[in-house]
Design a protein around this ligand. Structure first.
Ligand SMILES: O=C(O)CCC(=O)C(=O)O
Length: 320
């Protein structure tokens, strides 16, 4: 049995996670519906997956506290089916825990222009990331697809001929991340993030690649960088996958010798890892400046319906 599945799920053991935040809001507002709880945390520094119209209807009719209590009870059983250290079921396009760097996927002009958009749209902590497919004047679909193809061509093993990689539109973003001098108490996930995976419970181990492309130099030194854990996890973690401050010792226990790497990348370089790889914003007290990033997610088109509340069939751009 792993630590992940052995630890009992306690109401207050989710500090700093979306679940913990929802629990806190529901406890403080016992009459809130689940929808009011969700809307409340979404307004407040959390960028959560938007529920579908059908889901909103159901969530509006159920009490928040009661629904979260049921969910908490179900969580342990749900994870038992998918221990993080079980043998992998789906083949990943890049192994979990690995990352690679592809130099200069953006030129200097593109870097400057995108950073300018961030100055304009993301100047204040708590502003949620900008979805590029909702703002097509920022970067064209062709340009985003070209960057994604460049990254795919750099994979150590080329994709099988049956793979149908596609851009996940809703997760193609500009995000600003602040230095501790600018944002002393990290909270929410709109900007700085604790350890998490980019997949979700439903998408789970379906192949996904994250492309992380910083727009300023000095990431990890003068401005926030990104850290990854090389643990070869097989599944999404319901307890830790969205945001966790406590996952490192659990992963070291499961995968002895696990290392954390602070990623090195110049402005316009792309760092690529898979959607199960745990990563977090890296900051230290010396940093004074913010760092912006262009984020692109690539998934297998056939799995698109498992991503997001409405299914993503109309939310992808095929790359082949
Ligand atoms: O850029 C960052 O600091 C965090 C970004 C991140 O982890 C994400 O968007 O999944």
């Amino acid at each position: 049995m792993t630590l992940e599945t052995a630890s009992p799920v306690q109401p207050n053991s989710h500090g700093g996670t979306p679940f913990g935040e929802m629990w806190r809001v529901a406890e403080q507002n016992p009459a809130y519906s689940l929808l009011e709880v969700l809307d409340s945390i979404d307004r407040d520094a959390w960028d959560i997956e938007t529920p579908s119209a059908d889901q909103r209807g159901v969530y509006a009719r159920v009490n928040g506290q009661a629904a979260l209590r049921r969910l908490r009870e179900a969580m342990k059983g749900m994870q038992d089916e998918y221990p993080l250290d079980a043998p992998p079921r789906r083949r990943q396009w890049l192994a979990s825990g690995c990352h690679i760097r592809v130099e200069a996927v953006l030129d200097a002009r593109q870097v400057r222009e995108l950073a300018g958009h961030c100055d304009h749209l993301l100047h204040t902590a708590g502003m949620r990331p900008v979805r590029l497919f909702e703002n097509p004047q920022i970067l064209s679909e062709e340009t985003i697809a070209a960057i994604a193809r460049t990254a795919l061509a750099a994979l150590p093993q080329s994709l099988s001929s049956s793979a149908r990689p596609a851009l996940l539109k809703r997760r193609t973003l500009l995000r600003r991340t602040f230095s501790p001098a600018q944002l002393p108490n990290a909270h929410g996930n709109a900007n700085n993030q604790f350890w998490h995976q980019d997949s979700n419970q439903k998408f789970n181990d379906a192949p996904m690649l994250t492309l992380w492309i910083p727009l300023q130099g000095g990431a990890g030194r003068t401005c926030p960088g990104l850290e990854v854990i090389d643990a070869p996890v097989s599944y999404f973690s319901i307890l830790h996958g969205d945001s966790s401050q406590t996952v490192c010792p659990i992963l070291s226990d499961m995968f002895p010798g696990t290392k954390i790497t602070s990623l090195e990348a110049a402005a316009g370089d792309c760092v690529m890892f898979n959607g199960l790889t745990f990563h977090q914003t890296a900051t230290n007290t010396e940093m004074r400046e913010h760092r912006d990033v262009l984020l692109i997610r690539i998934i297998e088109a056939a799995d698109a319906a498992h991503f997001g509340p409405n299914g993503a069939a109309d939310g992808i751009v095929p790359l082949v």
